[in-house]
Write a protein that binds this ligand. Structure first.
Ligand SMILES: [Ca+2]
Ligand SMILES: [Ca+2]
Length: 303
């Protein structure tokens, strides 16, 4: 066994044999190493894109993003392996977020690349797959809002700077997952651009049950379809808690609740009831306000 000796551990001993202490690291040093490891863990856990009560703000990619926020994976395969949504959905089943760790490549602008890349000339993110089955661009988000987020509105600008694509899926198919585990990815639709230019995208992710402090993963998947593949860009990305939908949760008279189905509300009262003197009880969802005082309505519907 090889042992190492710190010079300070060698004692001047005259005629006596030199005393050498254990080669094990001093306990204090072990403690420091443990603290450093913990500090590193805390740093990486907080390095996802924070989504607070007012959202993430607009991400403009003025510089290449950290891989803890935006990362990529080039999925092995070849052009034409995947040319339809069903193929992408199938390929996504075996994907795990912890395997999508690659830093984005950097290149000036458009050009095929197995990696998703940051475009230094116009400060956008780009995908234009080659030499693989598909390129995955992943955003790692952390809920820092202080409460559960059930709906997330995602907005961004999708661009197609130079190439008129001939491939089948002309853009990205988006997936999300709370866990990043295999088989956990929910497709959130395709966002496409068939002609050069740009378009604004807005989509709502629903039923997330995204707890405070927890992670959420979003993937922009670009298949390596039939040539040429589009030089797609995304920019000015924002993630915002979706405004609560205003709803009447309950409505009725004492002992006589109404039936609420969609936008329809039905209530029965005994024949001959003088409705002019009755006042309804109701409960509203977050985001709903009661202000109905239109005098043209019957008294029952005014309050
Ligand atoms: Ca930009
Ligand atoms: Ca493609």
């Amino acid at each position: 066994m090889k042992s190492t000796t710190n010079p300070s551990d060698i004692q001047p001993t005259g005629d006596r044999p030199v005393a050498i202490k254990s080669a094990s690291p001093p306990r204090q040093r072990v403690l420091c190493l443990a603290m450093a490891a913990l500090a590193g863990f805390a740093t990486s856990a907080q390095a996802a894109i924070p989504v607070g009560a007012s959202g993430s703000g607009t991400l403009t990619f003025d510089s290449a993003p950290a891989a803890t926020e935006w990362s990529m994976l080039s999925v092995s395969g070849g052009a034409g392996d995947v040319t339809a949504d069903a193929g992408l959905d199938s390929a996504m089943i075996s994907i795990v977020a912890s395997g999508i760790t690659g830093s984005l490549a950097t290149q000036a602008g458009s050009g095929t690349n197995g990696s998703a890349y940051w475009r230094s000339s116009d400060q956008k993110l780009g995908t234009q797959p080659t030499g693989n089955k598909m390129t995955l661009l992943m955003a790692t988000l952390q809920n820092t809002s202080g409460g559960t987020i059930d709906g997330l509105t995602v907005t961004y600008t999708l661009g197609l700077p130079t190439v008129t694509p001939a491939e089948e899926i002309k853009g990205h198919r988006i997936y999300w997952s709370n866990t990043g585990a295999t088989g956990s990815w929910t497709a959130a639709g395709d966002h496409l651009l068939a002609a050069t230019g740009s378009t604004s995208i807005a989509m709502d992710l629903t039923s997330l049950a995204w707890g405070d402090g927890e992670t959420l993963y979003l993937i922009w998947a670009d298949d390596n379809g039939s040539n040429p593949d589009g030089d797609y860009t995304i920019d000015d990305v924002s993630f915002t808690k979706t405004a609560a939908q205003a709803k009447i949760l309950t409505f009725g008279l004492p002992g006589m609740p109404s039936v609420i189905a969609g936008t329809s509300l039905t209530m029965y009262v005994p024949t001959g009831t003088d409705v002019t003197s009755l006042g309804p009880d109701f409960t509203l969802s977050d985001g709903a306000t009661c202000y109905q005082t239109d005098p043209r309505l019957p008294p029952l519907l005014r309050w």
